[in-house]
Design a protein around this ligand. Structure first.
Ligand SMILES: *Cc1c(COP(=O)(O)O)cnc(C)c1O
Length: 389
């Protein structure tokens, strides 16, 4: 059976060049980069080269890159680290309602621990209004964090504009760029961010490694204490194979971005066009233009997202749904809820995120499969039946 992976927003396979480099490195270079002997110095040299590559990809200086265990930890350090370091200046922090759980749940944690939290709404396309950000900032505000692009619906936020507003108020600005890295240009000066979260496994690098960009001059309180690695911000012996793999993935991703994003967007546009034209009562979620080139998110009326995911899986197609089955009831995700979709469109949501291995034939196969599945599932649904007089 044909296998089609359309879940690149969840994770990506290792790029073969990344795998090869990591294998060589793990075999030959086991030193601890903190050691002063030749073994340590060798490992240190590799991690510094990787740091340079990650820095180059986002227009930063290598000493502004702090390796973490992934995007989640980068978000936690950025948010908790800023909130705690600037606690004397105020206790108010701002984010949007559609952030990744790594941000939202960290905000919940801080709310339980004495911080005041504002969650900004989004419009029906998932856009944050920069004027709302301006209106929410108070004199006690110390941090604003808004994701660069959303992982479910792909909407790209006006980060540069928001950054300008936040900076004018002397507030620290963080953005989660896990989904945009190597898909669209991510440059820390163009975006005007002070802090930026990155993850390797969404860009064909290994799992368990990411980075936080920290602009020179921004102070953060560490949340992990110990040996003082990563210039005292993130203690713990470095994940050297992960770091080396991340560096390679960053280099390849930057090199291929323009061409690959264009190719993938062509396939994605065809997927959207065909699904909307050939399957009735389907809508596209997210912004029609300001969206990640590899993201399609549909609502299919009268069917459950989970049923679609499972049926597609039987045809070898891997996608995800914005509904999570909890305690017997299908709850739509916080992102789809924030869009204010009509009830019947909230439950049959389907996220397809494309990547390097996908081809024209994959798209044709997926559309044909989905057509058959939707027809079959709807034949069981009383809501989907034409009303008879
Ligand atoms: C995947 C993801 C994360 C989490 O990154 P990990 O490296 O898996 O911890 C954070 N934010 C966004 C937007 C993501 O898509």
């Amino acid at each position: 059976m044909r296998k089609v992976y359309l879940d690149h927003a969840a994770t990506t396979p290792l790029h073969p060049e990344v795998l090869a480099l990591m294998c060589d490195f793990m075999r030959d270079t086991f030193g601890n980069p903190s050691s002063v002997h030749s073994f340590g110095r060798e490992a240190k040299k590799f991690t510094q080269e990787a740091r340079q590559k990650v820095a180059d990809l986002i227009g930063a200086a290598p000493e502004e890159i702090y390796f973490t265990s992934g995007g989640t930890e980068a978000d936690n350090i950025a948010i908790i680290g800023t909130a705690m370091a600037r606690r004397k200046n105020g206790n108010h922090i701002i984010t949007s309602a559609i952030e990744h759980h790594a941000v939202l749940d960290t905000f919940k944690y801080l709310a339980k621990n004495g911080f005041e939290v504002t969650l900004l709404p989004v419009d029906k396309y998932g856009m944050v209004d920069p004027d709302e950000v301006a209106g929410a900032i108070r004199k006690e505000t110390t941090l604003v964090t808004i994701m660069h692009a959303n992982n479910e619906i792909g909407t790209i936020q006006p980060i540069a504009e928001i950054g300008r507003i936040v900076r004018e108020h002397g507030v620290v600005f963080h953005s989660d760029a896990v989904q945009t890295l190597t898909k669209i240009p991510v440059n820390v000066d163009d975006l005007g961010v002070g802090l930026l979260s990155l993850s390797a496994h969404k860009i064909y690098g290994p799992k368990g490694i990411g980075a936080l960009y920290v602009r020179k001059g921004i102070r953060l309180q560490p949340i992990i204490h110990g040996g003082g690695q990563e210039r005292k911000l993130r203690s713990g012996t470095e994940n050297t194979p992960g770091i080396v793999g991340f560096g390679k993935a960053a280099e390849i991703g930057g090199r291929d971005m323009e061409q690959e994003s264009k190719r993938v967007q062509g396939l994605r546009d065809k997927l959207i066009r065909r699904v909307l034209a050939e399957i009735p009562s389907v809508t596209l979620n997210g912004h029609p233009e300001q969206r990640l080139p590899n993201n399609a998110n549909f609502s299919v009326a009268y069917v459950e997202g989970e049923s679609l995911v499972l049926s597609l899986d039987l045809d070898g197609i891997a996608v995800s749904s914005g509904s999570a089955c909890s305690s017997g009831s299908l709850q739509p995700s916080h992102v789809l809820t924030a869009l204010g979709l009509p009830h019947e469109m909230m439950h049959g949501s389907l996220r397809m995120t494309l990547g390097r291995a996908n081809s024209e034939e994959d798209i044709d196969y997926v559309v044909e499969s989905l057509k058959g599945i939707v027809t079959r599932l709807r034949s069981f649904s009383p809501l989907a039946q034409p009303v008879r007089a």
